[in-house]
Each structure stands twice: as structure tokens, then as C-alpha cells.
Design a protein. Structure first.
Ligand code: KG4
Ligand code: ZN
Length: 394
């Protein structure tokens, strides 16, 4: 089965093509294409992602990202010479689908409608959560392709993608068939990104129950804000974690909010404020102090995430623990969670995503779509939902 995935929920325009074969629940996967156009540099100037600029950039980038992905997958067919009458009628429907994305429509006509459909069985697209204007571009582009090529659509939750990317082995390379590990259910996913911090219990594929989440800031957001307080750019997570490596994590004693509460919820705004007051109370902020603040802050965040994840894993007797989302790139978090699980639940299966794939990409969207048990729809029935949540299991 070949799935083309599309991701535009935030500031990456991404398209991937996967070839998935073998036993239904334990297949092998081949990454045929993985193209990402990042807008990070543009948004960095504004200190965060600007939704209408993200929409504009997705419109500008999607067609070239698609062409690159099809080329990588060996599926870029030459343009047909004779454009017939039927195409004009088709173009009118395409124009209606892309009514809100005229710039995308204009780029699509000369490059996409003039080529035969590629060999793919379905188109998977992120429908939420994310920035509404950004999501809609991807959703309407997917609808346009599904209409044009006569393919079914699969609607994917962005967070499912961050979970399923754990099934791509770290030694992956494009073009080779890779054996996938399996999720031994029940599984627990710790999702940590710029917009989300959630503990999700999975009793089976495609079934989710949120057992805890942040009551205020997301973990990645806290990293970004602390970086900003010290005058660093956006996104701040990678900067803070790099500084933390050479800092003293004992130098400042920051709070570990909600670490002892009986539930699995999180809160990071108090920690963020504590860092702010510390910085304000210092006369100077030399590089050495910045490194110590970064290390002490990172230690506090990791302590809370690890404590809650380990307790959730043991209380719910899970067989697999995995992490996903941008913050899953954090070395300290990866190592400390592994160490804590080894101590308290030595038999548990601990999966980690490849650090090249912890950020937003479309491999994760195509892969999550494969494990959906149902839900193929036509181009007419698809909508974006900026506040989409992982379904609760029955
Ligand atoms: O999943 P993602 O790429 O986008 C969202 O869906 O939000 O996550 C981005 C977040 C940002 O807040 C970024 O600062 C954070 O992930 N991040 C990190 C690291 N790398 C990225 N946070 C801590 N340590 C890192 N190494
Ligand atoms: Zn993400």
C-alpha cells in the first residue's frame, strides 16, 4: 500500500510517500520520499509562528514540495501534451475546492493538473490540531489532489503522527524496506511539543485515552519562553538544551510544579515565572549563568515529565512507553526517562523516535494513516479542526 502524506499544521510544509507491505499489523515500511520546506527562519523574526504568514508560505511551497516528493519517489510523470476539454471542467471544480487558496490554485494548474496521477493508494493529511489557516491549506490541497487523481483521503490527527513515528527504526534510510517494531499494548505515549503536553493511553492501534495534560503552557512553549527571557531566538528548545549540556543543573533550585499530585496533569507556567523572577533578581546575566539557568530549568521540566510518565506507566501496567513531539529530541528527557523506566519497570518496551523525525514531517502522517481501522473519505467530506483532540476510547 502506498500512502502520500501531507502536513501543514504549523510552520513546516511537508510531503512524504510511504510504501507499506507485509502482515497487516506488523508490516515493513519503505520511505520513498520525505520532503520538508521549513518556514522557521521567517517566523523566527517574529519570535513565534505567525498564522497568516504560515498560510501564505504553505500556498507558495506545496506544489514544489509535491513535485520534489513525487520525483524522489520516482512517480513524477511527464506533462501530457494535449489538454482536452475535460480539464477545463475539472479546473472549475479545483478552483472551487481552492477558493480560499487562490495562490495555490494558480500554481497547481500548470504543474499538477497536466500530469497523470502517481501510483498511490491513498492521501493522508493532517486535519488538526494546529493553526487553522495553516491546516486548511493542507486539507484543501489534499482534497484537490484526491479529486484530481480519484484517490481516497485519510484524516490524521497531528499528535497520532508524533506517536506513530516511533515505529520508524532509527537506522532508517530512504528507499530500503525497514522492519517496524510493534507497539505492545497497552502503550503509554508522552507527547511533548510546542503546543501540547499529554499523557495518552493506547489500548490498541487507533484508540486513545488522554489521562493527563498541561493545565497551562506546553513543555516546548516553556522552553521557548525561557530562551526568549535570556535573549535567544525562536524556537528556543534546541538552544536551551544545547546550553544546558555545559551548565550546572544544581545551580538554581526551580520548582517542579505538580510533581507530587495524584493525577497525571502538568503545569509549567509557575516554573516559567520562577525563572523570570530569578533572571530579574540577577544584576548581570553572563554566559555561565545562562548555561546554569538553562540546565536547572531543563532538569526541572524533565523531572516532572519523567515522574508523571513513570507513575502513569506503572499504574496502568503498560507494556510500551514512547515519547513524541518536538521536545522528544531532548537528550536529557530521552535518557532520564529510559533510566527511570529501567529501574522501576525493567520489562517495559521503551521506544524513542529518531531525532531526525521528532519535528513535524509527513512520514508520521502517512504512517499513522496506515493504522487507522476505518475512515477513508472522499474529497467532499474533509474539514480541518484546529482544536481536534485524540479520541477517547470507549
Ligand atoms: O512538534 P513540534 O515540532 O511542533 C509542534 O507541534 O509544536 O515541536 C516544537 C517544539 C518547540 O517548542 C521547540 O522549542 C521544542 O519542540 N524543541 C525542544 C527541542 N527541540 C525542539 N525542546 C527541548 N529540547 C529540544 N532539544
Ligand atoms: Zn508537531
Amino acid at each position: 500500500m502506498r500512502i502520500l502524506g501531507i502536513e501543514t499544521s504549523c510552520d513546516e510544509t511537508a510531503i512524504a510517500v510511504l510504501d507499506i507491505a507485509g502482515p497487516r499489523m506488523r508490516p515493513r515500511v519503505r520511505i520513498l520520499a520525505n520532503v520538508i520546506a521549513s518556514q522557521a527562519e521567517l517566523h523566527a523574526k517574529f519570535g513565534g509562528v505567525v498564522p497568516h504568514l504560515a498560510k501564505r508560505e504553505h500556498q507558495r511551497n506545496l506544489v514544489s514540495v509535491l513535485l520534489m516528493a513525487l520525483k524522489e519517489a520516482g512517480e513524477l510523470k511527464p506533462k501530457k501534451r494535449n489538454q482536452n476539454q475535460g480539464l477545463t471542467a475539472k479546473n472549475r471544480i479545483l478552483q472551487a475546492i481552492l477558493d480560499r487558496e487562490p495562490d495555490l490554485f494558480a500554481r497547481m494548474v500548470p504543474e499538477v493538473t497536466s500530469r497523470p496521477a502517481p501510483k498511490v493508494d491513498a492521501i493522508a493529511v493532517t486535519v488538526g490540531p494546529g493553526l487553522a489557516p495553516a491546516l486548511w491549506v493542507g486539507v484543501n490541497f489534499a482534497r484537490a489532489l484526491a479529486f484530481l487523481w480519484g484517490k481516497p483521503l485519510i484524516a490524521v490527527n497531528h499528535l497520532e503522527g508524533h506517536i506513530y513515528i516511533n515505529l520508524i527504526p532509527t537506522a532508517w534510510r530512504s528507499g530500503a524496506f525497514l522492519p517496524m517494531p510493534s507497539f505492545d499494548f497497552p502503550a503509554l505515549a508522552l507527547i511533548v511539543s510546542g503546543g501540547h503536553t499529554e499523557l495518552v493511553l493506547m489500548p490498541a492501534h487507533d484508540r486513545y485515552r488522554i489521562i493527563g495534560e498541561t493545565l497551562d503552557d506546553a513543555a516546548g512553549e516553556a522552553f521557548d519562553k525561557v530562551a526568549k527571557m535570556m535573549g535567544f531566538g525562536f524556537p528556543g528548545g534546541p538552544i536551551i538544551s544545547r546550553l544546558a549540556q555545559s551548565g550546572d543543573a544544581e545551580a538554581f533550585r526551580f520548582p517542579r510544579p505538580m510533581i507530587g499530585t495524584a493525577n497525571f496533569d502538568f503545569s509549567f507556567s509557575g516554573l516559567k515565572t520562577a525563572v523570570l523572577y530569578t533572571i530579574r533578581g540577577l544584576k548581570r546575566l553572563p554566559p555561565r549563568t545562562k548555561r546554569d539557568i538553562a540546565a536547572s530549568f531543563e532538569r526541572a521540566v524533565v523531572d516532572v515529565l519523567v515522574a508523571k510518565a513513570v507513575r502513569a506507566a506503572s499504574e496502568h501496567r503498560v507494556h510500551t512507553v514512547l515519547i513524541g513531539g518536538g521536545v522528544a529530541a531532548n537528550r536529557k528527557l530521552r535518557d532520564e526517562l529510559g533510566r527511570a523506566l529501567k529501574k522501576t519497570m525493567p520489562g517495559v518496551h521503551y521506544l524513542l523516535p529518531d531525532v531526525r523525525l521528532t519535528g513535524d514531517n509527513a512520514i508520521m502522517i502517512a504512517l499513522a494513516a496506515y493504522f487507522h481501522r476505518h475512515g477513508r473519505i472522499t474529497w467532499r467530506g474533509l474539514e480541518a479542526n484546529a482544536n481536534l483532540r485524540l479520541r477517547r476510547s470507549r
